[in-house]
Each structure stands twice: as structure tokens, then as C-alpha cells.
Design a protein around this ligand. Structure first.
Ligand code: UDP
Ligand code: MG
Length: 318
């Protein structure tokens, strides 16, 4: 199988007939083998029966129905798990993405990129509630993660299979796939894509998503930088804090014993104690983190590195 297109649907009944009308001819025209994996994310309108109808009438369509509404990230994850294509394409089910952008994305993957991300250069969403917060979030994400994209939130993306198979998603993390995958050492490209106004149904998100995205950003940053060595982040701060605490305590001890300066009325004594305690706490947290990391990687057989290729002289092995 060459291409798998994954589309999450949550109460998108009106959009379903149109999206298949638009998408199927585009996929046929590529001349490659393809499938559409449609996820019904616990919709309570006609979404499922319409998807089922499409799957019964057309070939190459798989519908995965989730038991309840798990959210877009989980829906995409369900899609990744059942997709069989070598190239995985994700898009929204609300017609805001344009299926005609798929061939250029695929072409870019064939050029050798591991991830190609769509960039909604002329985004058709309200300014204050959507475009402005997303502008700020995008700047922050690229600054914090070091993965330079204009538009992390665009669902229209293409991936090589290896990328989606090696990534586990939680929370609202789907927009961070390029950032999380950058840890594997992937190559990422971005191309401008068309974006359209939502005609039917309503957006499932509001302003509060920005806050959730920023919280996820903290997780991602931590995972990217310290996931295999938590003692380095906690231990460093714990060490510095403990050191400062001991220095202060030593200074107070000398004052007390050699210069008979009383300690009872010195708030700085509390600071010394606090710093020592924080130091011990942080170092212990770092050590617990180290245990966690070992459990995480070893229990799931997760590698701490990814190989691109191995080259050796034929016949070199005995
Ligand atoms: N979606 C989903 N589960 C959810 C929320 C959204 O599967 O809990 C789907 C939704 O049906 C749509 C896509 O995710 O196909 C993007 O959602 P939406 O258009 O509401 O997001 P926006 O474009 O406003 O960011
Ligand atoms: Mg939308």
C-alpha cells in the first residue's frame, strides 16, 4: 500500500459526502495504491452511518469507530495504528483542508523528507479567537523546540510510515509530531497549502486550546531535552540549591560558634534550611526520574536511538 489518508470526524455529517467526492478522484489520479482510514471519534450525529455508507459503496475505505469521543489526537492515533500505507497523510474532516494539496505533499516525501507539513499561509479562521493565539503559539513552539515551522496546527501533513509507527501521542500532542519526531532525527519540510472557510458544522475548539497547547509544549520540551537523563535537569538545580544552602548554613554556623551571634532571630537560617531541603528533593526527583526512564524504555523495548542506515562491506562477516 502506498498512501493512507487518515481523517478524524467528530459530528461532521454535512461534510462527509463532499469530502469523499473531492478526495477519491485526487487519490485515483495519483496512480498509486491508496486507502482512506476514517475515524468516527464518538460522533452523535449521522457521521457514523454516512461513513459506513461510503465504506460499503466504495473500495479502499476503512472506518474505525471509537467508543466515545476521545479527542482529535487519540482519533489520529487510532488511524496511525490501523493505517497500512508507506506514506501516511492526515487531514481534517471539515473540508478546511483541500485534498488537491495531497499530491504535492506526497511528492515532497518521495524527494526524501520524513515529514512534510502543510502551512495554511492564508488561513481562513477568525482573527482574534484563532489566528492571533495560533501566531503566538507557533512562534513559541518553534523557539522552544528548535523545529522551525510556520504552522504547527495544520492537520494536513504527510509522514513516512516509520515516523508514525514510532511515536505515541497523548493530550493534544498531534501538533507536536514534527517536534517529537525531531528527536528521532527526521527531516522536515513545509509547503503552503490551501485553507478554506468551514461551511458546515462547528469548530470543536475555542481559546482555551491555546493554554493546553502551551502546557503540552512544556511536556514536549522536557521529553525532547531530558527524557533519557532526568537527573541532569533535576539534579543540576538540586545540586545548586543544596550547595547554596550548605554555604549559608556554614556561614551561620561560623557566626554562631566563633562570634557568638545568635541565630534565633535570623530569617536567613530558614532560607538555608529551605535550600538544603529543595536540593535533596530535587536530586531525589531526578533519581526517581531515572528509574522511570529505565522502566519506560526497557519495559516497552523502546530504543534510545534510531538508525537511518547501516553500511558495511559485503562478506565482511564470517
Ligand atoms: N475532531 C475529532 N475529535 C474531536 C475534535 C475534533 O475527531 O474531539 C476532528 C473534527 O471533526 C475535524 C478535525 O478534528 O475533522 C479538526 O477539528 P476542528 O475543525 O474543530 O478544528 P479547527 O479546524 O477549528 O482547529
Ligand atoms: Mg477545522
Amino acid at each position: 500500500m502506498d498512501l493512507s489518508v487518515i481523517i478524524p470526524f467528530y459530528n461532521e455529517a454535512k461534510n462527509i459526502p463532499i469530502i469523499f467526492e473531492e478526495l477519491v478522484p485526487v487519490l485515483e489520479a495519483t496512480g498509486q495504491s491508496w486507502e482512506i482510514v476514517a475515524i468516527d471519534d464518538g460522533s452523535f450525529d449521522a457521521t457514523f452511518s454516512l461513513l459506513k455508507g461510503e465504506a460499503e459503496q466504495r473500495d479502499h475505505i476503512k472506518v474505525v469507530r471509537l467508543r466515545k469521543n476521545f479527542g482529535q489526537t487519540s482519533a489520529l492515533s487510532a488511524g496511525f495504528d490501523s493505517a497500512e500505507g508507506d506514506i501516511i497523510i492526515t487531514m481534517d474532516g471539515d473540508l478546511q483542508n483541500d485534498p488537491r494539496d495531497i499530491p504535492p505533499l506526497v511528492a515532497k516525501i518521495r524527494e526524501g523528507y520524513d515529514i512534510v507539513s502543510g502551512w495554511r499561509e492564508k488561513r481562513k479562521d477568525p482573527f482574534f479567537s484563532r489566528r492571533l493565539p495560533s501566531l503566538i503559539a507557533n512562534k513559541m513552539i518553534s523557539w522552544v523546540t528548535g523545529v522551525k515551522l510556520h504552522d504547527y496546527g495544520c492537520t494536513l501533513k504527510a509522514f513516512k510510515k516509520e515516523v508514525t509507527k514510532n511515536i505515541r501521542l497523548y493530550g493534544e500532542l498531534h501538533r507536536f509530531i514534527p517536534a517529537v519526531a525531531s528527536w528521532m532525527g527526521v527531516t522536515i519540510a513545509e509547503i503552503p497549502v490551501n485553507h478554506r472557510v468551514r461551511k458546515f458544522g462547528r469548530s470543536k475548539y475555542g481559546l482555551s486550546r491555546t493554554i493546553r497547547v502551551l502546557l503540552d509544549l512544556i511536556t514536549v520540551k522536557f521529553l525532547l531535552t531530558y527524557s533519557t537523563r532526568p537527573i541532569h535537569v533535576f539534579g543540576l538545580w538540586g545540586f545548586l540549591s543544596g550547595l547554596a544552602g550548605f554555604a549559608l548554613a556554614g556561614y551561620l554556623t561560623i557566626q554562631r560558634f566563633f562570634f557568638s551571634i545568635p541565630l534565633a532571630n535570623r530569617p536567613i537560617l530558614l532560607l538555608a534550611i529551605l535550600l538544603i531541603f529543595i536540593g535533596i528533593q530535587f536530586i531525589s526527583m531526578g533519581l526517581l526520574g531515572e528509574l522511570q526512564v529505565r522502566t519506560y524504555h526497557e519495559s516497552q523495548g523502546k530504543p534510545i536511538y534510531y538508525i537511518k542506515e547501516i553500511v558495511e562491506k559485503k562478506g565482511a562477516l564470517p
